[in-house]
Design a protein around this ligand. Structure first.
Ligand SMILES: *[C@@H]1O[C@H](CO)[C@@H](O)[C@H](O)[C@H]1NC(C)=O
Ligand SMILES: *[C@@H]1O[C@H](CO)[C@@H](O)[C@H](O)[C@H]1NC(C)=O
Ligand SMILES: *[C@@H]1O[C@H](CO)[C@@H](O)[C@H](O)[C@H]1NC(C)=O
Ligand SMILES: *[C@@H]1O[C@H](CO)[C@@H](O)[C@H](O)[C@H]1NC(C)=O
Ligand SMILES: *[C@@H]1O[C@H](CO)[C@@H](O)[C@H](O)[C@H]1NC(C)=O
Ligand SMILES: *[C@@H]1O[C@H](CO)[C@@H](O)[C@H](O)[C@H]1NC(C)=O
Ligand SMILES: *[C@@H]1O[C@H](CO)[C@@H](O)[C@H](O)[C@H]1NC(C)=O
Ligand SMILES: *[C@@H]1O[C@H](CO)[C@@H](O)[C@H](O)[C@H]1NC(C)=O
Ligand SMILES: *[C@@H]1O[C@H](CO)[C@@H](O)[C@H](O)[C@H]1NC(C)=O
Ligand SMILES: *[C@@H]1O[C@H](CO)[C@@H](O)[C@H](O)[C@H]1NC(C)=O
Length: 564
């Protein structure tokens, strides 16, 4: 009797411990540039990447005593198309087809990056991390236990400007540990909140480069920045909060979709321009720079201007064509990253979270960073004048960081010659017109048709060709011309193509619907094949539980590419 009880207890303990992440013991240690400590391992073949011969490394750069930043590197694919056993679906449009890729979870406590790993669970109603006394999962938390960062709001960044130094240190660490992948130029690709991160982080890199040239940062490495690509970015809230009105009410979107009746239209107008409302509060934030004022302004604008699309027609902010909950883009990668097999392969210290269980989100909310322009426009302008190729691109079905706002941002950046450029079609290898671009020398604004917030998901071929042209410093429209002074697109002053409502959905799609990039919508008939495939893989699709603002703010997983 006693022995059987003990056995049961032992079994229970083993199964509860299985939810936590044991600290990896197989990491190699190196010291990178600027004395940054790096711990990493080679990732076995078949984890995420199926192409044989592609080298993959993952690990951490310890940028501060309690701040370890996760990176995952993939070498460029070789041309051998042989495929390994199917564990994930091979994506022919992966950007490492044309480049080495380095992905960084920034800053500490988001993604696999961490401060101090502790046994905990994420409270499902508040989204916050609740620590446990030891590695035993209580019954009420079964299935949501894991190893997470101790939620200390000082062990991470609380603003865009504040996150720049640790990103630079992460690159110093990686480049010093992997000099073979750090010989050539460096390109930076980012999206969404990357409209804040991209310009500011890269202008910081250029500032550090200038200090290195003056001999002021011994041991640091010059990062020869070539291109900055930003997809559906959030740059300037004063412009972009107004764009919510323009996109849904007047002049409207290109899908002939008008979500509100007259009284709701007036309500949105008033929430934006009424005395003391969103516009005024944001101006006050810009003028005062006070955290509480910016935080209050952002809260007001997000709830009263932005969220009307969520609250009235119930649509997905990231793709106005779909009702919420939107099954696209698929969410099964979260379960994949939270499996023991993948965590072991990566040497992860913690479970994967998009936003560090609200810790970093709360930090950014407290400084009102989302309502600040944070120097993004000036940084873009400076990068262009320093010769960096800045490519701004936008999927035209996204409402959250919509193309009307993006276009107004491009005009505000006012790169030399841009005012006189016109819109021309983007030519791609499939001979389908996927969008238009307006470009002058090393600044381009590209609008991609039939695409939500994440362009590489909705228009994989156009995104890959845009990326390849960008990092090759070629024009976005054709890929044939070197980008240099004097290059200018000659076309129409406005981009007037309208999709109409052919792809707009009026019913909520099933959770396992398949996106068909030929139809630019859910696959016409049957999803049996794809469903079977996904079940075989064993990674059940999950919906994002994050709020829209959280996704824009901290879903920003940066794709950074060192060296072609
Ligand atoms: C954390 O990772 C472990 C595998 O190491 C997994 O069993 C557990 O379900 C994960 N927890 C969460 C909340 O995803
Ligand atoms: C990937 O690269 C190979 C080799 O250059 C090329 O043949 C192939 O067309 C590329 N794939 C895509 C989707 O562009
Ligand atoms: C939070 O982190 C800071 C800096 O690392 C440290 O000084 C402080 O003691 C930590 N707070 C708690 C409650 O652990
Ligand atoms: C943001 O972080 C900075 C630097 O760590 C700190 O001085 C400041 O107090 C923080 N602000 C808030 C509102 O937490
Ligand atoms: C919104 O539309 C107004 C007038 O139609 C225009 O002046 C303004 O620049 C537009 N703003 C944005 C962000 O699209
Ligand atoms: C306008 O739409 C709102 C929200 O759907 C609804 O409550 C209201 O009754 C409508 N007003 C008119 C005049 O139809
Ligand atoms: C779709 O657009 C057509 C033409 O603009 C319009 O007649 C029709 O009412 C629209 N359908 C819906 C459901 O909005
Ligand atoms: C997408 O839809 C087209 C047209 O119905 C169909 O021919 C094609 O097989 C679909 N693609 C996929 C990947 O299912
Ligand atoms: C996909 O299959 C499920 C059953 O597995 C079905 O309920 C659903 O309607 C299908 N979705 C589409 C878009 O056909
Ligand atoms: C999409 O539907 C077509 C039939 O129209 C079917 O042949 C194909 O397998 C489906 N694609 C997926 C990915 O399920």
């Amino acid at each position: 009797m006693l022995s059987s009880l003990l056995l049961t207890a032992a079994f229970l303990t083993a199964s509860s411990i299985a939810q936590f992440v044991p600290a990896p013991t197989d990491l190699v240690t190196k010291v990178g540039y600027y004395n940054q400590h790096v711990r990493y391992k080679e990732v076995p073949e078949g984890i995420c990447e199926l192409t044989p011969g592609v080298k993959s490394f993952s690990g951490y750069v310890d940028v501060a005593p309690e701040q370890s930043i996760f990176f995952w590197f993939f070498s460029s694919r070789n041309e051998d198309p042989n495929t390994a056993p199917l564990t994930v679906v091979n994506n022919p449009y992966a950007w490492n087809n044309v480049s080495n890729m380095l992905f960084i979870d920034h800053s500490a406590q988001v993604g696999f990056s961490y401060s101090k790993p502790v046994s905990a669970y994420v409270d499902s109603s508040s989204g916050s991390i609740v620590t446990l006394p030891d590695a035993t999962c209580p019954d009420y938390a079964t299935g949501i236990c894991g190893t997470f960062s101790y939620p200390n709001e000082t062990d991470t960044a609380n603003s865009t400007q504040g996150a720049a130094p640790s990103m630079w240190k992460t690159l110093q660490g990686f480049m010093g540990a992997f000099p073979q992948y750090s010989r050539n130029e460096f390109n930076f690709a980012t999206e969404s909140y990357g409209g804040h991160y991209g310009p500011v982080f890269n202008e910081y890199i250029e500032t550090q480069n200038a200090l290195i040239r003056k001999g002021q940062l011994p041991g640091a490495h010059q990062i020869s920045l070539s291109t900055v690509l930003i997809g559906n970015g959030w740059y300037d809230p004063l412009i972009q909060y107004q764009a919510f009105y323009n996109f849904t009410i007047f002049p409207g979107n290109t899908y002939d979709y008008s979500p509100y009746n007259k009284s709701i239209q007036n309500q949105v107008y008033n929430a934006l321009y009424g005395a003391g409302n969103c516009y005024d509060q944001t101006v006050y934030c810009y003028e005062s720079g006070i955290n509480s004022i910016c935080a209050a302004a952002d809260n007001f604008c997000a709830n009263n201007v932005e969220a009307v699309l969520d609250n009235i027609p119930g649509r997905d902010e990231y793709d106005i064509r779909e009702l919420a909950p939107d099954p696209f883009p698929y969410g099964y990668w979260r379960a994949y990253l939270n499996s023991e097999k993948v965590q072991k392969a990566l040497g992860a210290f913690v479970n994967y979270t998009g936003d560090g269980g609200n810790t970093v989100y709360n930090d950014f909310v407290n400084t009102g960073d989302d309502d600040r322009e944070s120097g993004t426009i000036e940084a873009c302008r400076a990068l262009v004048s320093q010769g960096v190729y800045v490519v701004q691109f936008v999927g035209d079905a996204d409402y959250n960081c919509n193309w009307l706002g993006g276009q107004a941002v491009a005009e505000e950046i006012d790169a030399p010659g841009f005012y006189n450029a016109g819109y021309v079609d983007m030519k791609t290898s499939d001979h389908i017109t996927h969008g238009q671009v307006k470009q002058s020398a090393n600044f381009a604004f590209a609008k991609i048709y039939e695409s939500g917030h994440e362009v590489p998901f909705y228009q994989p071929l156009a995104a890959l060709e845009l990326f390849e042209r960008g990092i090759g410093r070629r024009d976005i429209a054709t890929g044939k011309y070197d980008v240099r002074r004097g290059y200018i697109t000659k076309g129409t002053p406005e981009s007037t193509y309208r999709e109409g409502n052919r792809t707009v959905q009026f019913t909520v799609l099933p959770a396992d619907a398949i996106y068909n990039t030929t139809l630019n919508g859910p696959n016409a008939t049957g999803n049996a094949t794809a469903k079977a495939k996904r079940d075989v893989r064993g990674w059940k699709p999950t919906r994002s539980t994050q709020t829209p603002l959280m996704r824009r703010s901290l879903g920003a997983r940066l794709g950074v590419k060192p060296r072609v």
